[in-house]
Ligand binder design. Sequence first.
Ligand SMILES: [Fe+2]
Ligand SMILES: [Fe+2]
Length: 289
Amino acid sequence: MAFDLEHYKRRASRLLWDDLDFGSFRAEPLRPEVLRCLSYMHDVEYHTVCYLRDLLLTPAHADPRMTAFLSMWAYEELWHGEALAGVLEAHGHPHGDDRVAALRAGLGWRDRVRPLVMAAGGWWAGPSFVALQMAWGAVNESTTQAGYSLLARQAGHPVLAQLLSRIMRQEGVHLDFYTSQARARLAASAKAQHLTRWALARLWRPVGSGVMPPEETGFVLSYLLGDAEGRRQAERLDRRIDRLPGLAGLGLLRRVVEAIPCPQPGPPRADPVRGPAAARQGGRGTVSA
Ligand SMILES: [Fe+2]
Ligand SMILES: [Fe+2]
């Protein structure tokens, strides 16, 4: 079914959570490993505007339907970050501007080179590159949505579950847009299918891998995908990717699950905002899964 952009333009909105009782986290705080996952998700949600920068460096920016969607998408993703910041704040964890600024400052040359790579790819591959971007976006939105579902299940906290279900609803709309765009663009071009298949198979990594420390990505993947339910979700996500033209059998999530090393992730890392002591005391780097 075609994505109803006009409907989305009118319905896109700031995520609301003012009615949720964040005070309940005082009596019933989230476990350290849940907070560690939420910190990761907080950072990645806030990074969406940088992904938008990369998207607009390609021929995608010439399509007014695309830019209309992306305008709303970045706005909604910002508020996902703000909502998760509220949860972290309720637990006295680093959040918001200071944390985001530290993350971006630490990206270094990779972040400076990325726009050049995206612009060059767009120039070289033209519309096929946009098809790749849409398929990539569909994979990332679907895995993000599944990640929130798995985290809500692991956390077992009613207030967090409500908040994440609201975020998941919006992620589902984003997923619909990326999927409809990817399906149409891939169906129209064998070149787009070849490029997208090649790039996803060789370059795709789980959401946040390009900006978050590897040990944090590893922790989140182990925590969310390391049990039977996580593996079921991974299989479901792979089946979803299989349905896009030319992308059957990639097994992206199967590879992620197979790469999960063991139930015990690596040691806590120094927190970019609070330093190594914070990690040892139960901050962002706490390991207890
Ligand atoms: Fe989001
Ligand atoms: Fe999203």
